[in-house]
Every structure is written in structure tokens, then in C-alpha cells.
Design a protein around this ligand. Structure first.
Ligand code: ATP
Length: 513
């Protein structure tokens, strides 16, 4: 099955099994806004916990906050978002569809990358063990031609972005004969800048002074609280402040399911350091964050670093951790060295000192900041996309199983009485009553045991505990493992302990050390 069909199946599965619903579905939906269902919100909460504890619990010098979404409007002037938080948009005159000019070009470059990947795969299949990938990349004429094309477009593209040259962006689209994926035509409008912030009115009088913005990033709530936290927490540099919260962007093109939403959630950490030490910390956090991803057990080949072509107005270094989604490698997380830009601007605009007194150096300065910023929804998509597996079993039947890491699974275990009589439901309840204090568990009494296993596979429950007539005699139950489908008899009173070991986040934390 190709990636596109698999992705469609995943979206349908997320709906059918209570992970993700289109927002306002009964009114035909609201574009690029989604609701998380009963299983989705459990998984989302578990991802949050994994991130929060990795930051706050594992680092003695990081604390967390929860700042308001509404903030003083001057914050967004100071941060540069009112003037510079724009995307370049372009319309196709035939399909009337709107695109981000930069994304059209990036996708075009990705096509050449895919051609190279295909050539490499073909050659490695042909030459087997003797295949020398590096040599092939350096010498194969097809690869060299495609690489030259990538380099040419890339150089022009990076320059156009850095010069904010909208005409040149359009010219790159024209010169490379990039067509609209819907109409197939090259009939493009000019490229225009489009500000991504949502605004609304606070108070009852709609004057300009009352215009406030829905925050497009959570970071500013950290910057304007940095001294409050530093003083009340007696934090010493280097230290970090973490936050999880909603952010809003009026995205020009919002397709690809929960990858690009207009309302989404970020998990951000701002790390305050001595000026001049930011590059050391930037490298440190790049490595640390990659370990956090790898600890989830998803193939490491699915992640890569990508340096920014254009640095944001606040950054002196920036890299993305990209993940291979079903639609290609795309940004999952950003690690940015934000210099003293934000704190410096808040000092300027608020007139309040943003300096930190460093007792070791005996001097005051505005700290430099290294940020790690990850999208919760994109992480969710990476995890469910990787977990979703359609399997053909030995007996010829099919199953769909969500191989979600056990520590993040929405439901940790489901207890199943084999039949709904003879005292088995009561026994199952006894087990459930012990489990529920430790884990989110369910009881399932309906349908055949096979059907019940399939239902649990479909939501990613790592363990099923089956109670049968024998259990009444020897207090032994069957534990069935989701991924291998192996079944074992175990004593009833060891169930909690066995599950606890397997679902603990501790193993994820230890892998990051
Ligand atoms: P992109 O280039 O994909 O628009 P960005 O570079 O604007 O992303 P950042 O401003 O660095 O993104 O935001 C940090 C993180 O927030 C991103 O790595 C991503 O995971 C998440 N994010 C940003 N925009 C969205 C969105 N519209 N929907 C879901 N997640 C988002």
C-alpha cells in the first residue's frame, strides 16, 4: 500500500477509534481545527507528561509555568510578531487555491531528493553487499545532475528568503515550472506577505488600543515572566523555564491533518545562559532533544536535523528536528538560539530592567536564550503514524494494531471475563479494582474474546488480562501481549507489578541520560 493510502487509513482509524475528530463536525467542520477524543486525549496527556517530566523532573535547573493566552498587545510589537510574523502566499488563478510560496519550492526540492533516494535504493538492491553508497552519491551521473539542481534552487531560495525578495520567490516558482497540484497550471499571482496572528477585541469598546492577539507561540509568556520566576525560585544561570500550552496561527494552507492546524499546542522550554555561552548550550540541547525522540523507540532513520535557510528575526542559529511523516521529512521541533533579542526588546518596550545579576561574575547582563520548541500535535502524529500497523496474520486474518509505546498508551490494560456469568465478571472486577489506582484500565465483557482483542489492538492497549473458569480455582489469569500476541498464565496478584514495569516512563527517562 502506498503512503498516501496508508495515511488516509490512519486518519479514518483515528476517527473510528476515538483519537481525533474534526472540530464542529456536525456543522461540516472548521478547517484545520481538530478535537481529541477519549483515546486521543489520554495519549496527548501522556506525551505531555513525558515531555514535562523530561524537562522539569530530570533537570534540577528547569521549572515549569502556565501563563495566560491573552497578553498585553505591546508584547507582540516588542517580539516582532506584529511586523514580521508573516508567510509568503501565492494563489493559483485557475484552481483559486492558496499556497505558501516557500513550501511550494521546498516540496519541489524534495522531489529531487526523492529521485536520488530511489536511485540509491535501486543501486543497493542491484549491487548488494558490495554497494558503496558514498561513492555512488559522488559519481553517479543521475545523482549528480539532481544534486546540482537541488543546490541551484536552494542557493537562490535561501537568498530570496533572507532578502525578503517576494518577486524572486515567484520567479523561482516560474523558472522551475512548479505547477498547482490541483489545477496543474502555472498561472500564478504575485507573492504577498500574510500575517499569521489572530486578533480579537478585549472589553466592550472596539478601539484599536483594545486589540489583542491570540498568542502565536507560548515563548513570550515565559520571557515576560522570566524575572518573576528567577527571583521567586532563586534560579541561577544557566536555568530553564518550560511551558505547555495552546498557540494560534492563521495558517495559509492547512492541510495534512493535524500537522498544520490553526489552533495547536506547543511544548516550549527557554534556557537562559550567559552571553557568549549560547552556542555550547545550543549544541547541548540539540543532542538532548534528539535523545528524547530516540528514547521512544521509533526508528532513528526517521529523524534528521535540518539547519534553517532563513534565520528568524530573533535567532543567531537554528535547526529543526525533522521527522519522516507519510508526506515526507517535515519539521517536528525547532531548536533556536534566540540571543538576547526578546528580553532586550521587552526591556526597551516596557522600560523595565530585564537584567540578571550574576554573582559569580559580579556583573549584570541580559541573558541569552536557547529555545526548544516542539509541537504536541505533530509529536502525536509522528507517534500514531509510526504505531499504525496493518498486519496479515498466519491464519489469513487481518488486524490493525497501534504499536504505541506502552508508557504512552491511552489504556494500559483491559480486563476480560471469558464469559459474562459463573462469577467471572466479579473476579474481573476484583482485578480492575486493584489496577485502577495505578493505571488507566478498562473492563470489556462484550463479544467473543477474539473480537475484544482486536478492539484493544486498535487503540493500542499493551496488555489484555483474561479471566476464565480456571482462574476461580487457581487465581491464575492469561496475560496477552499486544505486539507479539503471545499469551502467558500468571498469578492474579502479580498483574499490577508486571504491568507497572512495562508501562513505566522510567525506561524512557533512562534512555535519555
Ligand atoms: P512550519 O515551518 O512548519 O510552519 P514553524 O517553523 O513556523 O513551522 P515554529 O515557529 O518553530 O514552527 O514552532 C515550533 C513548533 O510548533 C514546530 O516545530 C511545530 O512542531 C509546531 N507548530 C508550528 N506551527 C504549527 C501548526 N500550524 N500546527 C501544528 N503544529 C505547529
Amino acid at each position: 500500500m502506498n503512503q498516501e493510502d496508508l495515511f488516509k487509513n490512519l486518519i479514518a482509524h483515528c476517527k473510528e477509534y476515538g483519537f481525533i475528530f474534526q472540530s464542529s463536525e456536525v456543522y461540516d467542520g472548521l478547517s484545520a481545527v481538530y478535537d481529541y477524543g477519549q483515546n486521543g486525549s489520554e495519549l496527548k496527556n501522556n506525551i505531555k507528561e513525558y515531555w514535562w517530566k523530561s524537562m522539569v523532573q530530570l533537570h534540577e535547573n528547569i521549572v515549569g509555568i502556565d501563563s495566560a493566552i491573552f497578553m498585553h498587545p505591546t508584547i507582540w510589537k516588542a517580539s516582532g510578531h506584529v511586523d514580521a510574523f508573516n508567510d509568503p502566499l501565492i494563489d493559483n488563478k485557475d484552481s483559486k487555491k492558496r499556497y505558501r510560496a516557500d513550501v511550494l519550492i521546498e516540496d519541489h526540492i524534495a522531489k529531487y531528493e526523492q529521485k536520488i533516494d530511489k536511485d540509491v535504493t535501486k543501486a543497493s538492491e542491484k549491487f548488494g553487499a558490495s554497494f558503496d553508497k558514498e561513492m555512488f552519491l559522488k559519481t553517479n551521473p543521475n545523482v549528480l545532475r539532481n544534486q546540482q539542481k537541488i543546490d541551484e534552487i536552494h542557493t537562490r531560495f535561501a537568498k530570496a528568503l533572507n532578502d525578503s525578495n517576494l518577486e524572486e520567490l515567484r520567479q523561482i516558482i516560474i523558472d522551475n515550472e512548479i505547477v498547482c497540484p490541483i489545477s496543474g497550471s502555472k498561472n500564478w499571482t504575485e507573492v504577498r506577505q500574510f500575517n499569521l496572528m489572530f486578533s480579537t477585541q478585549m472589553g466592550s469598546v472596539s478601539e484599536d488600543a483594545n486589540t489583542i492577539y491570540l498568542r502565536p507561540e507560548t515563548a513570550q509568556g515565559i520571557f515576560v515572566n522570566y524575572l518573576n520566576v528567577q527571583k521567586t525560585g532563586r534560579m541561577k544561570i544557566p536555568f530553564g523555564i518550560a511551558q505547555i500550552g495552546k498557540a494560534f496561527r492563521n495558517e495559509i494552507v492547512a492541510r495534512q491533518f493535524i500537522f498544520r492546524m490553526r489552533e495547536f499546542e506547543q511544548m516550549e522550554m527557554q534556557f537562559f545562559v550567559r552571553p557568549g555561552e549560547e552556542m555550547k548550550w545550543y549544541e547541548y540541547w540539540k543532542e538532548k532533544r534528539m535523545k528524547w525522540h530516540h528514547a521512544l523507540g521509533i526508528s532513528q532513520n526517521k529523524y534528521r536535523f535540518h539547519n534553517h535557510d532563513k534565520l528568524a528575526h530573533y535567532a543567531n542559529a537554528a535547526a529543526d528536528i525533522e521527522f519522516e511523516f507519510p508526506f515526507g521529512f517535515k519539521e517536528l521541533e525547532g531548536i533556536h538560539s534566540r540571543t538576547d533579542f526578546d528580553l532586550g526588546r521587552h526591556q526597551e518596550f516596557s522600560g523595565k530592567k530585564m537584567q540578571y545579576f550574576d554573582p559569580e561574575l559580579n556583573e549584570s547582563y541580559i541573558p541569552y536564550v536557547v529555545e526548544t520548541s516542539i509541537g504536541l500535535d505533530r509529536t502525536f502524529l509522528a507517534i500514531v503514524g509510526n504505531a499504525y500497523t496493518e498486519e496479515k496474520l498466519e491464519d489469513g486474518t487481518d488486524r490493525v494494531v497501534m504499536k504505541i509505546p506502552a508508557a504512552l498508551a491511552p489504556v494500559k490494560a483491559t480486563v476480560m471475563p471469558l464469559v459474562k456469568k459463573d462469577g467471572l465478571p466479579e473476579k474481573a472486577r476484583e482485578i480492575m479494582d486493584k489496577l485502577k489506582f495505578d493505571f488507566n484500565c478498562q473492563i470489556d465483557e462484550k463479544d467473543s474474546i477474539g473480537k475484544r482483542y482486536r478492539r484493544q489492538d486498535a487503540i493500542g492497549t499493551p496488555f489484555c488480562i483474561t479471566v476464565d473458569h480456571q482462574t476461580l480455582e487457581d487465581n491464575m489469569v492469561t496475560i496477552r501481549y499486544r505486539d507479539t500476541m503471545v499469551q502467558e498464565r500468571i498469578p492474579m496478584d502479580s498483574v499490577n507489578k508486571i504491568i507497572a514495569e512495562k508501562v513505566s516512563m522510567k525506561t524512557l527517562f533512562e534512555k535519555q541520560a
